[in-house]
Design a protein around this ligand. Structure first.
Ligand code: DX5
Ligand code: ZN
Length: 222
């Protein structure tokens, strides 16, 4: 069976003035490009508005995994699916009607992801399990790249893996993923890994992605 490990590099720490070439040098090794959308309301940082995010999504040579860290996400999330994202992730803490928004993302043709900040328990989100294609367990507080991996989140990853059981739901971790932390997260049951600074601060980002994949596969559950 093919490994279910996926590496989804975040371009948050890439050179945003040369985004096309930054994406081009990692596209072949990446499963999806992780696009962090921040509004300076839900998180204390701003990255892209919808128009500039749309331009990136349309130009991206591989699928985009949009991570929406924005307030009042209910209206805008399906628009990210319509513009061509392969996966759209909303935060449980930012969404007024989680069921309706997950449904709208799927109806617009994307995979629907549900993200949890470090302080939100998986038990609060488990009721949505039949409406999600991916859970995202944040391993840092959302807002910035380059933060320290929160090891205590591994208990939540293990619980989420147990709750997922045999369902075909991806389990993503985001924040502080590096060669030092990816095995711990994979052992706990994660199979989709966001890596921002580990990739873009590496001398060779493409080979860093390959190394991360090899490490995760060496301890993966399947
Ligand atoms: C943080 C973002 C992450 C971030 C990861 O809020 O959601 O995707 O870019 O960056 P690193 O890998 O540097 O922690
Ligand atoms: Zn992210």
């Amino acid at each position: 069976m093919a490994s279910s490990i996926r590496i989804t590099p975040s371009i948050l720490n890439a050179d945003l003035t040369h985004l096309d070439s930054e994406i081009a040098r990692i596209a072949e090794q990446s499963d999806l490009i992780h696009l962090d959308v921040m509004d300076n309301i839900f998180v204390p940082n701003f990255t892209f508005d919808f128009d500039s995010a749309s331009a990136i999504i349309k130009a991206c040579p591989i699928g985009v995994d949009a991570h929406l860290m924005v307030a009042d996400v209910d209206q805008i999330a399906p628009a990210y699916a319509e513009v061509g994202c392969e996966s759209v992730t909303i935060h449980a803490e930012a969404t007024k009607d989680i069921s309706a928004t997950l449904r709208a993302i799927r109806q617009a043709g994307a995979r629907a992801g549900l993200a949890l900040k470090p302080g939100t328990s998986i038990e609060d989100a488990a009721g949505f399990i039949d409406q999600v294609d991916m859970f995202l367990i944040m391993t840092v507080e959302p807002g910035f790249g380059g933060q320290k991996f929160i090891h205590e989140m591994m208990e939540k990853v293990r619980k989420t893996r147990a709750i997922i059981g045999g369902r075909d739901i991806w389990l993503q971790v985001d924040g502080g993923i590096s060669p030092e932390t990816i095995c711990e997260a994979a052992q706990a049951g994660a199979n989709v890994f966001v890596a921002g600074s580990a990739v873009f601060r590496a001398d060779d980002p493409a080979s860093m992605i390959s190394s991360l994949r090899t490490l995760a596969q060496s301890v993966a559950h399947d």
